[in-house]
Write a protein that binds this ligand. Structure first.
Ligand code: NAD
Ligand code: TYD
Length: 352
């Protein structure tokens, strides 16, 4: 079978990557999708059990930090395009150990850029789409939104590593003409989200009647977007975005952490048939995260006006479907949180 494109999707076994792989495998039978993933603690092939047998899907276990492995996958599959999601993604882990973030997020990205530059002869017929975060813009006070013009001001080791990777992507565009596109998205939520992040952690702890650790006073604000809407935005930008441009992606959906935790408690009391107010008793205020960014909020009007993307569902709908997914997939949660992760989490929690 011949394919119109062979797209290397890095980090396809992770949370967002698995949604992007599924969307592309199912929507574009004329594209061959190569999922290149190291399967760290955050990567799980169970996330993609439904596309495993598809004719246009191939999984390759590999590490973007190894230039040799990256060059090999480019050569073996004659890669025509890249959607780059592989990363170390958790801020708390970056505070504990920044070097892994430098290696994967910075060195790994440069290895991919270099392989694309070496392999691609005619830049116009390829796309290198780099998936990044709004955290590169720093932290907002009460007013304002991040636009594509907001100066970079990363403040955690995670966001500093992602900002650095964004700079390298732009440098390859300006210096070598590599056909890059960038997107910077707000906080995602949805199915298959690793339960060290706020929303799935709270859902699981509510279900298991464990403490709900709210950092500081819970006043910090995040702008939440349903992961499937992020995947659709990546599809639109990959196909229609302009080379060298960045696009902000967000849901105009700001929530204070504590309000979100209360909302989840109420929703889950209803779903689990618990008396009203039962789960709220689990809320536990713990020591704040070091350097905790106060507020993120995205202006996604460029993406809406130029490429016609907008979120497809409300936060209430998305949260309900997410809670339902976690309640009916407790085996998935059990499988990925057993062993090393459980020990890590218990240790983190005890130290707060
Ligand atoms: P995740 O941690 O769930 O998944 C990361 C994936 O990358 C895993 O499958 C892991 O195995 C893989 N990986 C890690 N190191 C690797 C390496 N050296 N080589 C190959 N594969 C490796 O992350 P996520 O939340 O799905 O985020 C995906 C991307 O989207 C990241 O680049 C992140 O910065 C960005 N992003 C995330 C969010 C969010 O809310 N989660 C928001 C905006 C942007
Ligand atoms: P997180 O999901 O780690 O995403 P990010 O730090 O990339 O925005 O955290 C979201 C918010 O929730 C952030 O303000 C930190 C806070 N938080 C808690 O209060 N308790 C928790 O256990 C976690 C994981 C996060």
């Amino acid at each position: 079978m011949t394919f119109d494109k062979t797209i290397l999707i890095t980090g396809g076994a992770g949370f967002i990557g698995s949604h992007v792989v599924r969307l592309f495998v199912n929507t574009y039978p004329n594209y061959r999708i190569i999922n290149f993933d190291k399967l760290t603690y955050a990567g799980n092939l169970e996330n993609l059990s439904d596309v495993q047998g598809a004719e246009n899907y191939v999984f390759v276990k590999g590490d973007i930090v190894s230039a040799a492995e990256v060059q090999k996958v480019f050569a073996d599959f004659d890669i025509t395009d890249v959607i780059h999601l592989a990363a170390e993604s958790h801020v708390d882990r970056s505070i504990e150990g920044p070097m892994e973030f430098v290696m994967t997020n910075v060195v790994g990205t440069v290895n991919l850029l270099q392989a694309a530059k070496d392999q691609w002869k005619n830049n116009e017929s390829h796309v290198f789409h780099h998936v990044s975060t709004d955290e590169v813009y720093g932290s907002l006070s009460d007013e304002g939104l991040f636009t594509e013009q907001t100066p970079y001001d990363p403040r955690s080791p995670y966001s500093a590593s992602k900002a650095s990777s964004d700079h390298f992507v732009r440098a390859y565009f300006h210096t070598y003409g590599l056909p890059v596109k960038l997107s910077n998205c707000s906080n995602n939520y949805g199915s298959h989200h690793f339960p060290e992040k706020l929303i799935p952690l709270m859902i699981n702890n509510i279900r298991e009647l464990k403490p709900l650790p709210v950092y500081g006073k819970g006043d910090n604000i995040r702008d939440w977007l349903w992961v499937e809407d992020h995947a659709k935005a990546i599809d639109v930008i990959f196909h229609k975005g302009e080379f060298g441009q960045s696009y902000n992606i967000g849901g105009l959906n700001e929530w204070k952490n504590i309000d979100l935790v209360f909302f989840l408690c109420r929703l889950m009391d209803e779903k689990l048939g618990r008396p009203a107010g039962e789960s709220e008793k689990l809320i536990t205020y713990v020591t704040d995260r070091k350097g905790h960014d106060m507020r993120y909020a995205i202006d996604a009007s460029k993406l809406a006006s130029e490429l016609g993307w907008k979120p497809s569902i409300t936060f209430e709908e998305g949260l309900e479907s997410t809670v339902d997914w976690y309640l009916s997939n407790s085996e998935w949660v059990e499988q990925i949180t057993s062993g090393a992760y459980r020990a890590y989490y218990e240790n983190m929690y005890q130290n707060r």
